[in-house]
Write a protein that binds this ligand. Sequence first.
Ligand SMILES: Cc1cc2nc3c(=O)[nH]c(=O)nc-3n(C[C@H](O)[C@H](O)[C@H](O)COP(=O)(O)OP(=O)(O)OC[C@H]3O[C@@H](n4cnc5c(N)ncnc54)[C@H](O)[C@@H]3O)c2cc1C
Length: 285
Amino acid sequence: MIAHKNFDLTDYNAYRVKSICKNAFFPENEEDLIELYTKKQDYVLIGSGHNIICSKAYYNADFIIFNGNFNKLKVDEIASVIEAEAGATIYEVSNLAQKYALSGAEFFYDIPSSVGGAVVMNAGTKEGETKNILSKVRYLDLADMQVKEKNSEDLELSYRNSLFQKQKDKVILKAWFQLQQGNAEHIKSVMEASKARRWEKQPREYPNCGSVYKRPPGRFVGPMLDELGLKGFRIGGAEVSKKHSGFIVNIGDATGKDILELIKYTKEKVKINFDIDLEVEQRII
Ligand SMILES: Cc1cc2nc3c(=O)[nH]c(=O)nc-3n(C[C@H](O)[C@H](O)[C@H](O)COP(=O)(O)OP(=O)(O)OC[C@H]3O[C@@H](n4cnc5c(N)ncnc54)[C@H](O)[C@@H]3O)c2cc1C
């Protein structure tokens, strides 16, 4: 297992906020993870860092990171199932599915995420959500240090939510995705079309963590912020994206504090003008 002292998290959070942690551990397997948690439990756990806001410039804390490690994938062609370790990316899952002409994971292709993060967030697009294809999850329960498995129906998966957001003492180790036989060429074309549609609308040219807020019932966040004249509004290096107001982008040296102040300001304006309490989708660490 690789471990680093005074680890720079800049490349491990998609906002590219400059942040250092005391120690960072990159477990390779379940045994590594159990060894870490047997010593102590107060780690900060992150996946590929595409949905986190680093609120501190220095964390006097130890991080466990699933990004480029603990990432084996297995395909069962007969059952149309992909088994993925928590640190694999869902981009890799969708590519593997396409290679074996398995359909269902096309929407995974353009969501930047680890497998663990996708389960925690029930990541999804208009074309589908993790819940639709997830059949089972294996996790380490820190309450009794036992490795357990649960079927997807028992994971309280709903719009960008899951049991794992409420019960933070569970670390996802592995997930199984149930897919179905399809046509490899068609699957590829669906993946690429979805990517093209998304890149047209999203500010991929600047560091960001996707949609900042959950969609309130019956409304879209971007148009509400446009109506309030907030498109392009900046605090420090954080900006309400000029391309899509539902995103905040780091236009240069944004700090976690800049991002959080911009969120606070935006939420207040929306509350005053629309009487809506915007819920932040991103995890503040
Ligand atoms: C350009 C862009 C586009 C995006 N588009 C979408 C989209 O269309 N749909 C969508 O749903 N999201 C989207 N997102 C947000 C992001 O991709 C998802 O939320 C993603 O699932 C986060 O996964 P992650 O591995 O990066 O998790 P992280 O950001 O690293 O962590 C998120 C949370 O999951 C927890 N966690 C991570 N791994 C584990 C684990 N193994 N066990 C227990 N807890 C864990 C962390 O503690 C944290 O609380 C987008 C982001 C970007 C940058």
